[in-house]
Ligand binder design. Sequence first.
Ligand code: GLN
Length: 197
Amino acid sequence: MRIGVLALQGAVREHLEMIENCGARGEAVKLPSGLNGINGLVIPGGESTTIGKLIEKYGFSDSLIKLGTSGVPVFGTCAGLILLAGRVLERRAPTLELADVTVKRNAFGRQVDSFEQDIRVSGIEDEDRPFRAVFIRAPVITEVGPGVEVMAGLEHGIVMARDRHYLMGAFHPELTGDKRIHQYFINMVSRACPGAA
Ligand code: GLN
């Protein structure tokens, strides 16, 4: 199974390592042609305005939208969540608008740049065991459409959700050794393409 990581900016290497640790093949996608034939895609955290502008500059927009609408699973973390969201408050650059959620950028305020917190994520393996979530100038999901499954929340808002084949997290699951969230995504991908080894 081939899982691409959009490699325009942000935490690419850590995602590739997690994917490999889950037994799938991770590929850094630097050009739109790198999307051909992949079975799933991770859009990493970083800076959504920068990634959004680079998506346009390198001609990724149409191929990313086509990839998503064709049913290939996409996992957006932090800035990647912002890029997937259908509606973005304080948006500064174009986004893909694929998933039925509204996000608020920098939702934890400027004085709290980053923090770690144990959260409970429903649906992952051993879901009662807390997941150590790293939040870095993180967004939150403020509203979800009717078909969206909420997987984790804090008092500020929703921090993990799934809309059909789109998985979204406000934090950085690639920064701790816990691979349960990546494994959940890889399982989504294997269900979407049972033939791929
Ligand atoms: N605050 C960033 C943005 O709006 C996201 C931060 C992150 O991905 N860690 O793009």
